[in-house]
Design a protein around this ligand. Structure first.
Ligand SMILES: Cc1cc2nc3c(=O)[nH]c(=O)nc-3n(C[C@H](O)[C@H](O)[C@H](O)COP(=O)(O)OP(=O)(O)OC[C@H]3O[C@@H](n4cnc5c(N)ncnc54)[C@H](O)[C@@H]3O)c2cc1C
Length: 399
């Protein structure tokens, strides 16, 4: 077993580290305070080739393997997890096309992401169907002319206000149907040059092919304020056969395939945040003196720093194992993806909370980055499946 990175993996790590150090960290606190959608950073990341990591070589000209993807997302998350959530969401939405689309669908629906820095949304969650996504009621129904019509509402959708394309999971035939389909709904392209980064209201998109997409107003969130989240309603949206990915009865299987790929990427987001929390806390406790000593030299405080470091390292190991299992397409990859996600969420929450505590009263001030990290950390334990759902998956595999 070799723990060394390959030269191309090291190149990705060095590139993203430089980008984060000079392009994200100096700006992030101001952008976050103003809830600005980070278009300029997204554009730069796209220019660097670190967006759309799941697009296959046949469309993009080169391919990024899952281990490199995890390394890139982890480094990006060290800068800000709202930004990495927005970036990663393109892959969450697009991997199903790469995995199960035809060559024609790959060109049609993935090609635009190679041409321009555009965003995608992954629409699974509904108000009445969160952890239990089988309870969803959004559905397609066949029309007499052979096309389908899509109706229903999704909530908490990342990138929704700025998305140029929506990947939608829905029931077939009726809201209570037994089968789930996966559809691709392209909308009008939204580019850094033609959209408002401070969008305060929702919007309505009338599709040239028929029907409407109604985007709610951006959610006002506790953390990850640099990612955009909104509700999405599909009203009589006309769907052609070529917008349906794979078999229109296999959506449940495709969701599992997507999440097996994407959960290690959420783990990468958690590990990046946890490491940032550790580093800003180390820096602070090396400077601040109380009782005539640096805080980091006080034995109990040092013990906390050691615990933080251990959580980061263990979560990082779980992440790398899960990414490796995804890369190898191992049968038990889902179980390791869940392990990595839970370990990373635990590390992120622990490091952000204890890091804030070690900053004392200053940690409670919004000008200190640790306070932002403590707000951001909570979502890692929730999106792409809450902790209990990950344990359910592990339990099922184990037994
Ligand atoms: C910022 C943000 C971005 C998001 N982005 C997206 C996106 O892009 N696309 C998308 O489709 N969704 C997205 N989501 C939705 C997210 O995946 C769901 O919020 C999450 O899966 C949990 O669903 P829920 O909120 O309905 O919670 P619920 O399912 O109602 O769960 C609430 C709580 O109940 C408990 N619980 C639930 N199930 C079990 C169980 N089986 N056993 C024991 N306890 C349980 C847990 O404590 C859980 O935290 C996003 C959410 C947020 C907040």
């Amino acid at each position: 077993m070799d723990f060394n990175l390959t030269s191309s993996q090291q190149m990705y790590v060095d590139t993203v580290r430089r980008f984060v150090r000079y392009g994200i960290i100096p700006e992030v606190m101001e952008l976050e305070k103003n809830h600005t959608f980070p278009w300029q950073i997204i554009q730069k990341a796209w220019n660097l080739g670190i967006l759309n990591l799941s697009i296959p070589e046949s469309v993009k000209g080169f391919e990024v393997d899952p281990v490199s993807t995890a390394l890139i997302i982890k480094e990006l998350s060290y800068g800000d997890t709202g930004i990495s959530t927005s970036a990663m969401c393109n892959d969450l939405a697009n991997i199903v096309i790469a995995q199960h689309g035809t060559d024609e669908q790959k060109t049609l629906f993935l090609g635009p992401f190679v041409e321009n820095p555009i965003m995608a949304s992954f629409c699974l969650t509904e108000p009445g169907a969160g952890s239990d996504n089988s309870a969803m009621t959004t559905y397609i129904k066949k029309s007499p002319d052979g096309t389908y019509v899509l109706n229903g509402s999704k909530c908490f959708i990342t990138n929704a206000s700025y998305a140029s394309q929506f990947t939608v999971f829905c029931k077939v035939g009726k809201p209570t149907g037994n089968f789930m389909a996966c559809l691709i709904v392209p909308a009008l392209p939204v580019l850094p040059s033609n959209s408002d980064p401070h969008l305060a209201l929702g919007k309505e998109i009338t599709l040239p092919t028929g029907g409407k997409i109604i985007i709610g107003k951006p959610e006002d969130k506790l953390g990850q304020r640099l990612s955009n989240t909104a509700a999405v309603t599909f009203e009589d949206v006309v769907i052609n056969d070529n917008q349906i990915i794979g078999d229109r009865r296999q959506g449940f299987k495709y969701v599992i395939d997507v999440l097996d790929y994407a959960r290690p990427m959420v783990a990468a987001i958690g590990v990046g945040l946890a490491r940032r929390a550790l580093d800003v806390t180390l820096e602070y406790t090396r400077e601040r003196k109380q009782f005539g000593q640096r805080i980091c030299d006080l034995p109990v405080a040092r013990e906390t720093l050691v615990q933080m470091w251990k959580k980061v390292e263990l979560a990082d190991m779980a992440l790398m194992k899960a990414a490796f299992k995804v890369q190898e397409k191992a049968d038990d990859r889902g179980m390791y993806a869940s392990l990595a996600k839970n370990a990373a969420a635990e590390a992120a929450l622990f490091c952000a909370n204890e890091g804030l505590h070690l900053h004392g009263g200053y940690g409670f001030m919004s000008e200190y980055e640790i306070s932002k990290l403590a707000r951001d950390a909570h979502i890692i334990d929730i999106y792409e499946g809450v902790r209990e759902v990950q344990n359910m998956i592990i339990g099922r595999e184990l037994i």
